[in-house]
Design a protein around this ligand. Structure first.
Ligand code: NAP
Length: 480
């Protein structure tokens, strides 16, 4: 069945065509899928003004009413999982089963936060003085702005829009230029669900800097949330604080270590390493970037991993049984090729892969690199491709030291059967999220986020709602 989707931007409850349009590509074939409006600063300002006008009425709705509308939005997403999954796969490249998984994961944020809105409790604080009583109340912040990346075309949006709307805020979203269609599909479903005009706005553009400037500097925007690279996040965060002291959330890059201790269940470790490293062809911020293996099991683990990785099926996302889709664009392929070539020239060896894949211009063969050293870029930088570099370690101290030798601190993984070690290493690793004996952990109920240069704030869980609310303290005085 042909895939139907919206191709106009969505501002103030109206579908906007724009004077100019830009093309959206299928990364598996480089075919043009659609053209969407290439809007600029003026339309972004209009979207902010619409969100500002819609804010008082949305904020004034009882949480139960907002939750009912969000539930309707969620139900429509669930009814439309098949189309959303196909759209995510078409413009983002991930295998269709994985894309449908993202659609369900993305929808869950809308369900969870709608429900949590009803439990946005303040506190009563025991007084210090007989004549006073103290309470805190939770209030929405105002107009929120969100800029999101292409690697989760849906979930990175709902992780922000879910808590923003639940708390009573309105939002202006600028999706990535590679994957705007999923964002527009969410707007279509929001409209059907009865989300009032101006509450959820989508501005499509290739001029991210112009839209970003408005979203960061407008005095009408009170909260800015960004998911993307650390370099851009730092710039935008500085602009938000420097211009108008906005609340900010930054979900940035990672360089996740995955540690295999000699006492680990090696088959479980191989399964976990593949799940973590090769998800979305290695293009997630929490993908294991580098795999550190204890000397005693290095050879056995490397062989098992290379055998399993060589069996992964590469191809377009809509082909049955595909595990690894294309990378997002030509730049991504060039970066992976360069990093692997440098590692091989410096003494690493490819146990499997190490080259582009014949499936098409943007496909890379799943790769395992042995004899990787700490100074290689595959260890120090985010690869964002299907390449697993293996680094040898001799002791727990050395493993933790290699793991922590990075400016990033998003996710970390390790495999061990020793309970004491599990606690010890979980405490010592510098990361916002640590997963023991498991390669995948993301869902709507956990606080997702990083430390160090991986970001500020948390998305998901009760912490995720806090990011979109102000805590106001109220003093009642004059008690006799
Ligand atoms: P990116 O280049 O930073 O782009 C992310 C978003 O920022 C896109 O919407 C992009 O728009 C926009 N943007 C780029 N330059 C801008 C500017 N000067 N002003 C305003 N907006 C601007 O990142 P990416 O390469 O697409 O995404 C991959 C990165 O995201 C990786 O580092 C990954 O680790 C990180 N990530 C982090 C998380 C997390 O939760 N921590 C989750 C997913 C991804 P255009 O597309 O139009 O350029």
């Amino acid at each position: 069945m042909a895939l139907s989707f919206r191709t106009d931007a969505y501002i103030d409850g109206r579908w906007r065509q724009g004077a100019r349009r830009f093309q959206v590509y299928n990364p598996a074939t480089q075919d043009v899928i659609a053209e969407v409006p290439d809007l600029g600063a003026t339309e972004t300002e209009e979207a902010v003004a619409a969100a500002h006008a819609a804010f008082p009425a949305w904020a004034a709705k009882p949480a139960k009413e907002r939750a009912a509308i969000m539930r309707a939005w969620f139900d429509l997403m669930i009814a439309d999982l098949d189309r959303l999954g196909r759209l995510i796969s078409l413009e983002g490249g991930k295998p269709i089963a994985e894309a449908k998984g993202e659609a369900a994961y993305g929808a869950a944020f809308v369900e969870w936060f709608g429900e949590e809105a009803k439990r946005a409790y303040g506190r009563t604080i025991p007084t210090t003085t007989a004549t006073r009583r103290y309470v805190t109340i939770k209030q929405p912040i105002g107009v929120c702005a969100a800029i999101t990346p292409w690697n989760f075309p849906m979930a990175m949006i709902t992780r922000k829009a879910g808590p923003a709307l639940a708390a009573g805020n309105t939002i202006v979203l600028k999706p990535p230029h590679q994957t705007p269609l999923t964002a527009l599909a969410l707007a279509e479903l929001a409209e059907k669900a009865g989300v009032p005009k101006g509450v959820f706005n989508v501005v499509t553009t290739t001029d991210a800097a112009a839209a970003g400037k408005v979203l960061c500097e407008s005095p009408l925007v009170r909260k800015f949330s960004f998911t993307g690279s650390t370099a851009i996040g730092k710039k935008l965060g500085a602009a938000c604080v420097g211009s108008t002291v906005k609340r900010i959330s930054l979900e940035l890059g990672g360089n996740a270590p995955l540690l295999i201790f000699a006492d680990a269940d090696l088959d479980l470790a191989v399964k976990g390493a593949i799940a973590s490293k090769f998800r979305n062809a290695g293009q997630t911020c929490v993908c294991a970037n580098r795999i550190l293996v204890e000397d005693a099991v290095y050879d056995a683990f490397s062989q098992k991993l290379a055998d399993a990785v060589s069996k992964l099926k590469v191809g377009p996302g809509d082909q049955a049984g595909v595990d690894i889709g294309p990378l997002i664009d030509g730049k991504a392929i060039e970066k992976v090729e360069r990093m692997v070539a440098e590692a091989l020239a410096a003494g690493a060896t490819a146990l499997t892969g190490g080259t582009k894949h014949p499936a098409g211009a943007q496909f890379y063969t799943p790769t395992v690199l042995a004899n990787v050293t700490r100074d290689m870029r595959v260890n120090t930088e985010e690869i964002f491709g299907p390449v697993a570099p293996l680094i040898r370690f001799k002791s727990e101290d050395e493993a933790v030291s290699i793991a922590n030798s990075t400016e990033f601190g998003l996710a970390a993984y390790f495999f061990t059967k020793d309970v004491n070690r599990a606690w010890r290493v979980a405490e010592r690793i510098e990361a916002g999220m640590v997963s023991v004996n498991d390669g995948i952990f993301s869902n709507e109920v956990i606080p997702f986020g990083g430390i160090k240069e991986s970001g500020l704030g948390r998305e998901g869980g009760v912490e995720g709602l806090e990011e979109y609310m102000e805590t106001k303290f109220v003093n009642f005085g004059g008690f006799a």
